[in-house]
Design a protein around this ligand. Structure first.
Ligand SMILES: [Fe+2]
Ligand SMILES: [Fe+2]
Length: 169
């Protein structure tokens, strides 16, 4: 291998890279959620985000298990995508004075994060299955299902618990 060889050579490398990416992303999410919880006025929204913060901490523990199963030390790598989503989320929230409008924005921002996670976990599961790493698939699937449930809950809060209606009135 030369000095300028690329870090990702195989699909195994790519899987590991993806796991490090989501590991970093989950950690950034645990740092971003407390501010969103603080800014939320709607009780269902604040409670939902708080529950998902606790879930996220468990998700990181599951990823620790995934690295362990693969014989790798848990570690993250920069994920500019999640950094960008969080940066934009903070910027838009900072521009909004009306509490009801802010709630609708927080939901939209949180859903962008959930969709990112859903995309990533979906891919990681498919790759892990292809590579025969059945022992890590169940951990990743649990995380994926929590992200999907979190997204559905945010939809419910926006549409059926009146956050969007209040923001529009
Ligand atoms: Fe997550
Ligand atoms: Fe999530």
């Amino acid at each position: 291998m030369g000095l300028f060889s690329k870090d990702i050579q195989t699909m195994e490398d790519m899987l590991l890279h993806g796991l490090r990416d989501i590991y970093y992303a989950e950690q950034q999410i645990t740092k971003a959620l407390p501010t969103m919880i603080e800014q939320a006025t709607n009780r269902d929204l604040a409670a939902g985000l708080k529950a998902h913060l606790e879930e996220t901490q468990k998700q990181i523990e599951r990823l620790d298990q995934v690295f362990k199963k693969l014989g790798e030390k848990p570690s993250g790598i920069d994920c500019p995508a999640i950094d960008g989503l969080i940066k934009e989320s903070n910027e838009t929230a900072g521009e909004i004075a009306d509490k009801s409008v802010l709630d609708a924005a927080i939901i939209a921002n949180a859903q962008a994060v959930e969709h990112y996670e859903i995309a990533r976990y979906g891919t990681l599961i498919a790759w892990a299955e292809e590579l025969g790493h059945d022992d890590i698939v169940r951990f990743l699937t649990t995380n994926l299902n929590e992200e999907k449930a979190a997204n559905t809950k945010l939809n419910t809060v926006a549409l059926r618990k009146g956050v969007n209606r209040k923001a529009a009135s």
